[in-house]
Write a protein that binds this ligand. Structure first.
Ligand SMILES: *Cc1c(COP(=O)(O)O)cnc(C)c1O
Length: 387
């Protein structure tokens, strides 16, 4: 019988060793041994499906990938040392010089830098569309367009894109549709169900959920993953077995953690919506969110990130940050600890005011990654800082 999400997350594990351990051991080994010359030959010829070297595969990494594949409904996957190595390796494995990417403008800052500053070196070009201009996408597609790329919800504006509509466009033009699902986690939405070919995660965020390790993973069709695997086993962005072990354990509690993250985030968003010093609040599961209906269609709950604007612009924004006592001023998200960031002066400070406006960032905008502290204490700290 098919098991449920939570059960698979907990009960998927490597075959036990002769020690009959309950919790999976860590395989901190760079290589694996062969029985004899014939075993070695057959292993390298890929006639056998076995571990050879941890740059290619490792038991802990395989367990982590297997869990993510089950969660996302994917055939295969590869795990990376960080979310950005997953993003880079996925593009690099699938694209040739002269290819073109169509992407939403609101993407993670380092992904934007990759498109702007590095891909042009290999003659790979991109075109951006605004998240509220999905109807313009087809005008951007060229004969050399290979990939349609989005994040949903977006960072830091928490806009939501209609994955089903995007998948239709991708199919019509024979594009590979890739979704960075980091903000939602596989618990809240499974892009493959809506037509995505590949799903990328930064495991650093909700998957680890406790701010400890960096990781990334790409899952999807076996055919595409094989290309990514062939590129990655040569270029070496593999996830460390130790971090894979940490993450596989973390996935056991993903569902309960993310449920609470979402409960807390919705309560904070509702509180901020009523607050007189707040101009606007954006959270996918608030009725006032511009893509509320799409969010309801494709997400189980709204996620851990709430964006809002303090009245009074940049100065009021900075006063708010100086008054925060408990919440961390940090660049991470999806942690047990609630985190506040000011995109205009930090993560997006290198953008021009116009570029920031295009990604939905205003001077007084605050991004909160709502953690697992008691909601009364989270609201208490945000409330006193607004006061
Ligand atoms: C953090 C993040 C990444 C990059 O992940 P790292 O693990 O920091 O390399 C990519 N995409 C999104 C949406 C992210 O939030």
């Amino acid at each position: 019988m098919d098991k449920k999400f939570e059960t698979n997350a907990i009960r998927t594990q490597l075959e036990r060793t002769e020690n009959l351990e309950h919790s999976v051991p860590i395989y901190l080994t760079s290589s694996f041994v062969f029985e004899d010359a014939e075993d070695m030959r057959a292993s390298f010829a890929e006639e056998k499906n076995r571990n050879i070297y941890s740059r290619y595969s490792n038991p802990n990494t395989s367990e982590f990938i297997e869990k993510v594949c089950q969660m996302e409904g994917a055939e295969a996957g590869f795990a990376f040392a960080s979310g950005m190595s997953a993003v880079f390796s996925t593009f690099a494995a699938l694209l040739n010089s002269g290819d073109h990417i169509v992407s939403a403008r609101s993407v993670f800052g380092s992904t934007h830098s990759l498109f702007m500053n590095f891909f042009p070196k290999w003659n790979i070009d991109h075109s951006y569309f605004k998240v509220d201009e999905v109807e313009n996408i087809e005008k951007l597609i060229r004969p050399n367009t290979k990939i349609l790329y989005v994040e949903t919800p977006t960072n830091p504006g928490v806009d939501v894109l209609d994955m089903e509509a995007l998948a239709d466009i991708a199919k019509k033009h024979d594009l590979i549709f890739i979704v960075d699902n980091c903000f939602a986690s596989p618990y809240l939405q499974q892009p493959i169900q809506f037509g995505a070919d590949l799903v990328i995660h930064s495991g650093t965020k909700l998957m680890d959920g406790q701010g400890r390790v960096l990781a990334g993973v790409t899952v999807g069709s076996a055919e595409l993953i094989d290309k990514i695997y062939r590129f990655s086993r040569i270029t070496g962005p593999a996830l460390s077995p130790f971090n894979a072990w940490v993450l596989s354990k973390s996935l056991e509690t993903l569902a309960v953690r993310v449920d609470r993250h979402c409960d807390n985030a919705l309560k904070l968003a509702e509180y901020l919506e009523r607050h007189e010093k707040v101009n606007w609040v954006k959270y996918p599961f608030l009725k006032s969110h511009p893509q509320y209906e799409i969010a309801k269609k494709q997400m189980k709950a709204g996620g851990c990130v709430v964006a809002f604007e303090v009245k009074g612009g940049l100065e009021a924004g900075q006063r708010f940050f100086d008054a925060i006592k408990m919440l961390s001023l940090s660049a991470n998200l999806g942690d047990t600890r609630s985190i506040v960031t000011h995109p205009a002066s930090t993560t997006h400070s290198k953008l021009t005011v116009k570029e920031r406006a295009e990604t939905g960032i205003t001077d007084g905008m605050v991004r909160v990654s709502v953690g697992l502290e008691h909601i009364d204490d989270i609201i208490g700290d945000v409330g006193q800082a607004l006061g």
